[in-house]
Design a protein around this ligand. Structure first.
Ligand code: AMP
Length: 292
């Protein structure tokens, strides 16, 4: 049964980590959000007063959806990643009914909310986020971690406005389910919507989609129905509205990422060297209201 597997895994994990955490080590604060498999709370570690986000997942849900492997994957992948633009997973523990993930707290919340509030981002903000994402993905690809679910809902901001990729591990399997259920094909590369073999270049496509959405306020292949979005992605039916706040250099970057042949998409290295990035991205990766 999944829970006994989780227990064995946790015993192994506890043997190899310095500290065995429990809920008694934390003071629980306000709820931060609700995901498909549980809730996230602000929490403070009592001894060091360290602020974290505690993600609480019910084992029953994991068993019901047979997601034990994905959860284990999320925990293993995210524990091993150390990058300023990847949300840290400090550790995890469990009780009889729940699994708790101790996560870095992202004070700025979802990038998605910011985007919806302002309609679109400035070139400075957009370029800073794209550069942060590119660097985080280059780091992940270097560790053979590919194919993340990088859509605005999975991008969080810290207190300085620094972008953090969250939500590891679920992506691969829950992605197809989630997309058929909610009809969000928008971020998927042609080779993925067609169910073809794909590699790390799917992330480069998604960077193009996000860059477009940051600047124009909606994803490029948005349509009334899933079938129409599918058609538009397959045709790479890219329309770049002419607006004064989007430069031709930004359009150039977008059109060099949204390329059907995955081997012809701009590499992560080339994205970082692109004039739109070098001119606009804040080298500190921070985008607070003071330096937009
Ligand atoms: P999730 O279950 O990961 O989808 O999280 C549900 C919601 O909780 C997210 O959409 C965020 O708004 C919030 N949230 C998740 N993780 C964090 C975090 N580390 N810091 C702040 N808010 C978070």
């Amino acid at each position: 049964m999944a829970s006994s597997k989780i227990q064995r895994q946790n015993q192994h994990h506890q043997k190899h980590s310095q500290k065995q955490w429990s809920i008694q080590d934390f003071e629980i604060g306000k709820p931060l959000g609700k995901g498909k498999f549980g809730r996230v709370y602000l929490a403070r570690e009592l001894k060091n007063k360290f602020i974290v986000a505690l993600k609480v997942i019910f084992k029953e849900q994991i068993e019901k959806y047979k997601l034990y492997h994905q959860l284990k994957r999320e925990m293993e992948i995210q524990t091993g990643l150390r990058h300023p633009n990847v949300l840290r997973l400090y550790g995890w523990f469990q009780d009889d009914d729940r699994i708790y993930l101790i996560l870095e707290y992202a004070h700025g919340g979802e990038l998605y909310r910011q985007l919806r509030k302002t309609g679109h981002l400035s070139e400075r903000q957009a370029a800073t986020y794209i550069a942060s994402l590119t660097q985080a993905l280059a780091y992940c690809h270097g560790k053979d971690v590919i194919h993340r679910d990088i859509k605005p809902e999975n991008l969080l901001l810290d207190h300085e406005g620094r972008l953090k990729i969250a939500d590891f591990g679920w992506s691969v399997q829950s992605r197809s389910k989630r997309h058929t259920m909610c009809g969000t094909l928008d971020y998927l590369a042609p080779e993925m919507v067609e169910n073809k073999a794909h590699d790390y270049a799917v992330d480069n496509w998604t960077l193009g989609v996000l860059c477009y959405e940051f600047l124009f306020g909606a994803p490029p292949f948005e349509a009334q129905s899933q079938t129409d979005t599918f058609r538009r992605i397959m045709k790479v039916d890219l329309r770049l509205p002419s607006t004064p706040h989007v430069s031709s250099e930004a359009e150039n970057l977008i059109s060099r990422l949204l390329v059907k042949d995955s081997s012809k998409r701009l590499s992560l290295q080339k994205i970082m060297e692109h004039p739109w990035i070098t001119k606009n991205a804040d080298p500190t990766g921070t985008c607070s209201k003071f330096n937009i």
